[in-house]
Design a binder for this molecule. Structure first.
Ligand SMILES: Nc1ncnc2c1ncn2[C@@H]1O[C@H](COP(=O)(O)OP(=O)(O)OP(=O)(O)O)[C@@H](O)[C@H]1O
Length: 296
């Protein structure tokens, strides 16, 4: 059986290329042939990952940031003959790696291929798009687009918090209507909605502390109020893992959601601009087999 190695040469300050030789060496021990594909533009990684589902590949290894990993997940989703998926996280935030305890050091992440311990993990589906981390509507979703690559490399994932705090000023809420698993769960004003597949959101590993990668659930958080006196309590709860019980937050778990709003809003899918509301999304349980550390 073959292995495919997808490299985004622009990821992680161009670090991806440094680890190519080591990756090929490790993959070469378990596979007859290692096919290397370099991405040049958006969409390439998804296309290559889909090609790796032709039944001749045992393993797909991606080296890149969350963008490349999301594309690979999109290429693999709902294919019959998926290879096991491994990745070396080279982005600034690396939420999927945080959730799966994949080491940040590329050498250590590559060493996981020696053990080849795998776990089936859930992903989400919205129309013809797939996500492994988070859907967002409202303030934070908009703030994500304003974070520049320079801010990301200077402040890491805190750049999102800074941009988010700026965006909180002068905001008015929208009316949001949410159905979870076919039942109306929320119909009121909100400033933001997040639906997380994993515990780590924008680098905050305690955001959805209760979320497991294979719990078949979306973890839905709604920010109901934003008066300064009350909103400040959210920051400590964000770090302590208590967001679900915060007074300003409504929290639901569900296998599927439908979301409508009274204003024009766009859903952000794993950090990228998605479709306008209304939308519906669902969990695809244990859809992707990922190479992870033994303790997971
Ligand atoms: N050869 C290339 N040169 C420049 N850009 C590329 C190349 N190949 C792919 N890309 C772009 O890189 C994007 C993904 O980048 P990456 O994997 O680093 O994710 P990211 O979301 O930017 O990571 P993070 O935010 O965690 O730093 C792709 O969507 C594509 O647009």
């Amino acid at each position: 059986m073959r292995a495919m190695l997808i490299i985004n040469p622009s990821s992680g300050k161009e670090k991806a290329m440094d680890y190519e030789e080591r990756a090929v060496g490790i993959l070469g021990k378990r596979h007859d042939l290692v096919v290397i594909r370099y991405t040049e533009k958006a969409g390439d990684a998804a296309k290559f990952a889909a090609e790796a589902c032709d039944g001749t590949y045992k393993t797909l290894l991606a080296m890149g940031g969350d963008g490349t990993i999301n594309e690979c997940v999109n290429g693999l989703a709902e294919k019959k003959q998926k290879p096991a998926f491994a990745f070396v996280p080279l982005g600034t935030v690396n939420d999927f790696a945080r959730a799966l305890q994949i080491p940040k050091k590329p050498k250590e992440a590559l060493a996981l291929l020696e053990d080849y311990h795998t776990k089936r993990v859930d992903i989400g589906k919205l129309g013809d798009r797939y996500f492994m981390n988070v859907l967002a509507v409202g303030i934070i979703a908009e703030a994500v687009y304003d974070v520049t690559p320079e801010e990301k490399s200077k402040y890491g994932h805190f750049a999102y918090l800074m941009e988010g705090a700026k965006a909180f000023r002068n905001k008015t809420p929208f009316q949001l209507q949410i159905e979870v698993d076919g039942k109306e769960a929320y119909h009121d004003k909100a400033y933001m909605m997040l639906a997380a597949m994993t515990n780590s959101v924008a680098g905050f590993e305690k955001f959805a502390e209760q979320a497991e990668v294979d719990d078949h659930q979306l973890h839905i958080f709604l920010l109901k109020d934003l008066s300064i006196s009350k909103a400040v309590s959210i920051i400590p709860d964000l770090f302590k893992g208590n967001l679900d019980s915060n007074e300003q937050v409504a929290y639901f778990k569900a296998k599927s959601i439908r979301v409508k709003a009274d204003t024009e809003l766009v859903v952000n899918i794993d950090g990228d601009e998605g479709v306008p509301l209304p939308f519906q999304a669902e969990v695809l349980p244990e859809e992707i087999q990922v190479i992870v550390p033994k303790q997971l």
